[in-house]
Design a protein around this ligand. Structure first.
Ligand SMILES: Nc1ncnc2c1ncn2[C@@H]1O[C@H](COP(=O)(O)OP(=O)(O)OP(=O)(O)O)[C@@H](O)[C@H]1O
Ligand SMILES: [Mg+2]
Length: 253
């Protein structure tokens, strides 16, 4: 289980996350949607501690950290929690001087100290899972955006994280390439991968998510099943946002 309790994040005087409490069951997919600046990326970055919350509690499986303005969070604690997570970014962020398989092996070899052959076998298995086994030795620059993102997903999954965090995984991609990434994420969801993803892609959210959190102004304004949030939102802010998005795309949600 992933449990966030009263999470607050400030940048100086700017309170970006105000009071976020949510429980996420394992083997479920949660989509974070909402207007730009609402706090989606910051929330994801707080879960893997790329940003340290100002206050609140994060529980990720066995690991739990309580944050408070007068307590500095230790590096060991940060690493213990971060290792429970894998992160996928909008712009892939593959290591350009490593081949696809080397990218996937990297964390296993350097952080987890796996022997190379074991890491290579695991990486191959994951490249196969994301449909990239035919590009094992390709350089990132020679891959399409969709292919790069699928390698990035394999890399994030390599150490078997408890949760896969995805920040706008399809928004840098043309619709066709986005589709192949959606297919991979959908397959992972079907296999029981726990995922939290920020997305503007309502089609991705409605296809893959069990639960949608609508985030605005650093608060969860509304949450529920995709069907309810996208078709019969209750709060005015959610209604406005959904209608603005639906007007701008042709997706059937
Ligand atoms: N490192 C930072 N320093 C200062 N302010 C920040 C920092 N990171 C984010 N913010 C602020 O936090 C707020 C929330 O940003 P965030 O990136 O989480 O929004 P978002 O919902 O992901 O938006 P988008 O849909 O555009 O990706 C914004 O006002 C942003 O300017
Ligand atoms: Mg963002």
């Amino acid at each position: 289980m992933i449990e966030l309790t009263h999470i607050e994040k400030r940048f100086g005087d700017n309170v970006v996350l105000k009071d976020i409490s949510v429980t996420i069951a394992e083997r479920t997919v949660t989509a974070l949607v909402g207007p730009s600046g609402g706090g989606k990326s910051t929330l994801l970055r707080c879960i893997n501690l790329l940003e340290v919350p100002t206050a609140g509690t994060i529980r990720l499986g066995e690991e739990k950290i309580v944050f408070s303005p007068d307590k500095k969070t230790g590096w060991t604690e940060i690493q213990r929690l971060r290792r429970q997570t894998g992160m996928v970014f909008q712009n892939f962020q593959l290591f350009p001087h490593q081949t696809a398989i080397e990218n996937v092996m990297e964390g296993l070899v350097t952080v987890l100290k796996w022997p190379k052959e074991k890491a290579r076998a695991r990486a191959l298995e994951l490249l196969e899972k994301v449909g990239m086994a035919h590009k094992t030795d390709a350089w990132p620059a020679t891959l399409s955006g969709g292919q790069q993102q699928r390698v990035a997903i394999a890399r994030a999954l390599a150490p078997s994280p408890r949760v896969l965090l995805c920040d706008e995984p399809t928004s840098a991609l043309d619709p066709e390439l986005a589709e192949e990434v959606v297919d991979v994420l959908n397959r992972l969801a079907g296999e029981g991968t726990t995922m939290i993803m920020a997305t503007h892609d309502l089609r991705l959210a409605s296809k893959v998510a069990d639960q949608v959190l609508f985030l605005d102004g650093g608060l969860i304004v509304e949450s529920g099943a995709p069907k309810n949030i996208f078709q019969t939102p209750e709060r005015d802010r959610t209604k406005k946002f959904i209608s603005s998005l639906s007007a701008g795309n042709s997706y059937d949600i």
